[in-house]
Design a binder for this molecule. Structure first.
Ligand SMILES: O=C(O)CCC(=O)C(=O)O
Ligand SMILES: [Fe+2]
Length: 483
């Protein structure tokens, strides 16, 4: 008997009889009483990230070690079942529903916990953009502001008739419906009727600040996001240019005016996510390898994340590009020890760096604020994901509206009005950042700049890259010419 089958046998004992959800009888497994006696291993120090060794942990007692060993076996058994279960079917959701509490609970993947915004600021300053954070209390030092949404007050903020795309976790397909209908679906479920498990992750409300005709919801971004988001930096710079400056020869905008391009920048920073209990999103990386801020307003989310290491991304890429996914091992199972489980309760904020792999399960009906943003420091990870998305677009496994709008154009605009500008006129600190980021952009674009001719002509991109090279030369004397 292999270790796996031992784990399955032990696991069988913890099942209770079949669960009936509403009046609909699912083939869900029974509830599992998870072991709650073991303190979670909390890694406080990102310096352990490379070897995944947690620090500041107390030495577990023998009982705790035994509990942990059992939980790990249970987790492995659940992963085995999940990797065999058909996606978009009750069975898969049922396994998650009943066993998510033990799933990948004991990894040593780092998580930086912060009690308040001030602690977040201090820790973010020392650990930077490549760490994962869990902030328990959102306050003015963090800066995020969202209305206190509930399922009862949605009509105060949203156009209840507007058709939105909901993902049905039971069938794995999309369905267009209004929020009004969505609430009716919840009612149907609560009245014991057959229902769908609906999840809307595409309601973005940035534009509503300007035109309040449709959704009427205001969100203030966290301070660190406001200052580090590439799109926000471009907007700020553009706002500071006078019309004359923006149209002068120094802003190479023969094709379109700066203000037109700014209007076309992606709005992906202010999503409200509407999820019914049992919604599930399988392993993915957010569009354009963006970093994510995820704040539960009401309800609860369970997120499993894995760091964007080369190895993890390779497995994910293989999976994404595989035509027949049934033939491949589920990447979550392969990367099992690289995932960490986090529960995000109301008022709690989860911050994930660019290109993190993640899965999300919703144990109760939930309303969430989610914001995506590009980080210049994570340019390489973003480009890697965008290249993967390009291949997926080509093989039609991805649709354009699930990618970061104007991804490549945005980086050229960032190069033009942020990086070049900072290298020439920035403060010492801005220059240092621009040197680092400028080099990454240069190395990527020096060979493939001809591919991007939407917002800039080839002559403009050549001029920009040559100017960048001459500004980088002193710091990087061996820098190659564009070719
Ligand atoms: O909350 C969810 O169900 C999934 C959110 C998410 O990861 C996404 O929209 O990319
Ligand atoms: Fe996501």
């Amino acid at each position: 008997m292999s270790n796996d089958s031992v784990a399955e046998l032990e696991f069988e004992h913890s099942k209770s009889p079949e669960v009936v959800h509403g009046s609909e009888k699912n083939d869900f497994l029974g509830n599992h009483n998870s072991v709650k006696t073991v303190t979670d291993v909390v890694c406080q120090d990102i310096s352990s990230r490379k070897n995944n060794t947690p620090v500041n942990t107390k030495i577990p007692s023998e009982n705790e070690q035994e509990d942990k060993r059992i939980r790990m076996k249970q987790s492995a058994s659940v992963l085995n079942q999940l990797s065999r279960a058909p996606r978009g079917k009750d069975k898969f959701i049922g396994i998650i529903k009943n066993h998510h509490e033990v799933l990948m609970k004991d990894s040593g993947v780092p998580l930086i916990e912060c009690q308040n915004g001030n602690e977040f600021k201090t820790k973010y300053n020392s650990h930077g953009v490549n760490a994962v954070y869990l902030l328990y209390n959102n306050d003015s030092d963090f800066g995020l502001e969202t209305p206190q949404l509930t399922f009862e007050n949605l009509f105060d903020y949203f156009d209840m008739k507007k058709k939105r795309t909901f993902y049905n976790s039971k069938t794995g397909s999309d369905v267009a419906m209004s929020l009004h209908k969505f609430l009716k679906e919840i009612e149907k479920r609560d009245n014991g009727n057959k229902y769908r498990i609906l999840n809307n992750v595409s309601t973005e409300v940035s534009r509503t600040e300007v035109s309040r005709k449709e959704d009427r919801i205001d969100i203030r971004l966290p301070d660190f996001m406001e200052s580090s988001s590439v799109v926000r930096q471009i907007r700020r710079k553009a706002e500071n240019f006078t019309e004359a400056e923006a149209n002068s020869a120094c802003w190479k905008n023969e094709k379109t005016e700066l203000k037109e391009r700014v209007k076309e920048l992606a709005n992906v920073e202010k999503y409200i996510i509407f999820s019914m209990e049992d919604s599930f999103m399988d392993v993915h990386v957010d569009m354009g390898g963006t970093a994510v801020v995820y704040h539960v307003i009401s309800g609860k989310k369970v997120i499993w994340y894995a760091m964007p290491t080369d190895e993890n991304l390779k497995l994910f890429e293989e999976w994404e590009l595989c035509k027949d996914k049934r033939e491949m091992t589920w990447p979550v199972k392969e990367i099992e020890n690289g995932f960490r489980r986090v529960e995000v309760n109301p008022g709690v904020t989860f911050v994930m760096p660019s290109a993190c792999l993640h899965l999300v399960y919703t144990p109760v009906d939930s309303l969430v604020y989610g914001g995506n943003f590009l980080l210049a420091e994570n340019f390489d990870e973003s480009i890697r994901i965008a290249k993967l998305e390009k291949k997926c677009l080509e093989n039609k496994s991805l649709e354009t509206n699930n990618t970061f709008p104007n991804f490549w154009n945005t980086w050229f605009l960032y190069l033009e009005i942020c990086v070049l500008e900072d290298l020439k006129n920035g403060t010492e600190e801005e220059k240092r950042t621009a040197l680092r980021v400028g080099k990454k952009l240069y190395d990527e674009f020096k060979t493939c700049y001809r591919e991007f001719q939407e917002w800039y002509s080839t002559k403009e991109t050549v001029d920009m890259l040559n100017e960048l090279r001459s500004l980088l030369e002193q710091e990087y004397p061996n820098i190659e010419n564009i070719h």
